[in-house]
Design a protein around this ligand. Structure first.
Ligand code: NI
Length: 190
């Protein structure tokens, strides 16, 4: 984890879904490391955990900024609440925030069935690098470097794509990409 003493609190933000234009826009770097940014990160984590998802990039909540949050190994235990609705009991958080990330090294390749909170209901295998080296800033603007493999590396590449206006369906074969683009645009147009 790179956020100390994390508490699951904040506001739940609306998640934008494809083909919302903000998802196809190249996001701009974060320049001000203010309490407002800290609040945004807190709300993004709260939103991600409750979705539930393992990563969330700022464009997905309508902020075209270069940052994302992630947690690839927290506990999600499903249970049925008193109203008979399915809920998740969440614990063991390992929240991370990567601000202005730059992937400076990559190696190997791996394939994983990905999904995205902005593309609900679609799960497809995507080819990614198995390992990445990433340079990023934290909430106080300090620079850090990170070596990531497997799931963490996949998640970083998926979220970093969002900052460049790339949703994971863009990484599929032309046939699948066009199928989903048409389907999702049609669904949204209803
Ligand atoms: Ni995504």
């Amino acid at each position: 984890m790179n956020i100390e003493n994390y508490k699951l609190e904040g506001d739940r933000l609306p998640i934008f879904t494809y083909p919302e234009p903000v998802l196809s826009k190249k996001a701009v770097p974060v320049t001000e490391f203010t309490p407002k940014l800290a609040k945004l990160v807190k709300d993004m984590l709260f939103t991600m955990y409750h979705a539930p998802g393992i990563g969330l990039a700022a464009p997905q909540i309508g902020e075209s900024l270069r940052l994302f949050v992630l947690d690839v190994d927290y506990e999600r235990e499903p249970f049925t609440n008193s109203a008979g609705k399915e809920e998740y009991k969440l614990s063991d958080f390992n929240p991370m925030v990567l601000i202005n990330p730059v992937i400076t090294g990559k190696s190997g390749s791996t394939t994983y069935e990905e999904g995205c909170l902005s593309v609900p209901g679609v799960y497809e295998e995507v080819k990614r690098h198995k390992s990445v080296h990433v340079r990023y800033q934290d909430l106080s603007g300090e620079f850090h470097e990170l070596d990531a493999d497997d799931m963490l590396a996949i998640c970083i590449q998926h979220e970093n794509d969002h900052l460049d206006g790339v949703v994971f369906i863009e990484r599929l074969s032309n046939l699948k990409k066009n199928f989903y683009k048409k389907k999702l645009t049609k669904e949204k147009g209803r």
